[in-house]
Design a binder for this molecule. Structure first.
Ligand SMILES: Nc1ncnc2c1ncn2[C@@H]1O[C@H](COP(=O)(O)OP(=O)(O)O)[C@@H](O)[C@H]1O
Ligand SMILES: [Mg+2]
Length: 323
């Protein structure tokens, strides 16, 4: 019996009663029970295996899952509880220690109410400017607990490789008008080149969290990032201010400049540093060239996202271009 069938038919010892909600994404199966949720990475996502990390190989899949779990557990221990293995015992599967002999690894999480996902709350108008300072601050506090990685690539080199990835990302989405995207990309490239001197060091590199309005929950005044382990090894490191700008930019799109400033102000309070605000336009273009195409990609399965993608488009045209 494969793990999916076992979760859906209740053939796993010790699970809570009831039929879980089954969420299938491009790369994982998630089984959501009222109390706990269980996530297992897929081995057969051709796109992910070819472009990011080959999870068809069990050793790779286990390595990736362990690193992903440790990272998310560290950032949001309120959600990511523990990693377990699945092993056959009699005619059932059981949750056991997560060692290499397990059939699959399973992340055990507290179930979350996804109506608290930041993107949904922004769409529903349930987050206001008054929340933004606190969000920036809490996010800063969470990432400060991670120590600085030692990397040998400079922020300049890293941005160039991110820029190459970005071209492929943007071009893969048919809804994006390419001439317009090319203008934004040219701005980004020109900025990287004209700031080579400031970027050409490893000091300004840090861990990079895949964090944005889709990958965070905001409930009872608490900001909780989820699923922020980057799919590609190279994206785990990057220019240190990318993290906060990705969050702040999403707030800018929905709530305006004041919200953006407040997220940054909260973050600055914690890191005890002022951000170079004359880089805003570059950082926002950079973040938007990720989010705008991403929302169109997600819209294939969730049509309500078309409006969000269009909102990003409008934001690029009428706000960012005017900065
Ligand atoms: N702890 C959880 N509680 C409730 N639903 C969850 C939980 N974790 C994941 N989900 C559901 O599964 C979706 C995908 O989860 P995610 O961890 O982002 O998977 P992937 O790595 O495949 O993107 C979420 O958007 C949410 O709908
Ligand atoms: Mg995800």
């Amino acid at each position: 019996m494969n793990p999916t069938e076992a979760f859906l038919s209740g053939n796993i010892s010790g699970l809570e009663e009831g039929q879980p909600k089954h969420v299938v994404t491009a790369i994982s199966n998630i089984f959501v029970f009222p109390d706990k949720a269980y996530k297992i990475y897929k081995s057969d996502s051709q796109f992910f295996n070819e472009n990011f990390n080959d999870l068809s190989n069990k050793e790779n899949r286990f390595n990736f899952t362990r690193k992903d779990f440790d990272w998310n557990h560290r950032l949001s221990p309120e959600i990511y509880i523990e990693l377990k293995g699945l092993a056959k015992q009699d005619d059932k599967l059981s949750l056991v220690d997560p060692d290499d002999s397990s059939e699959e690894l399973v992340m055990i999480m507290n179930s979350i109410d996804m109506s608290n996902q930041v993107i949904k709350k922004l769409v529903d108008g349930k987050i206001g400017i008054e929340d933004c300072y606190e969000i920036g601050k809490q996010f800063g506090q969470r990432i400060l607990s991670f120590s600085k990685p030692s990397v040998d690539v400079t922020a300049y080199k890293d941005f160039l490789s991110r820029y190459a990835d970005m071209i492929a990302w943007v071009k893969s989405v048919k809804e994006i008008p390419q001439d317009e995207a090319d203008e934004y990309l040219a701005y980004v490239k020109e900025f990287i080149e004209s700031h080579k001197e400031e970027l050409d060091n490893t000091e300004s590199m840090s861990l990079c969290f895949d964090v944005h309005a889709d990958n965070a929950i905001y409930a009872d005044g608490k900001f909780l990032p989820i699923d922020t382990y980057a799919p590609k090894e190279a994206w785990l490191y990057g220019f240190k201010n990318i993290n906060i700008y990705r969050v702040a930019t999403d707030f800018y799109v929905f709530l305006g400049k004041k919200a953006f400033d407040e997220v940054i102000r909260g973050y600055e309070e914690v890191v005890l540093q002022k951000l170079p605000r004359d880089w805003d336009k570059f950082m926002i273009f950079y973040c938007e060239l990720i989010m705008w195409p991403y929302q169109y990609m997600l819209a294939e399965k969730e049509p309500w996202r078309i409006n969000i993608a269009d909102k990003h488009h409008q934001f690029l045209q009428s706000t960012v271009s005017q900065i």
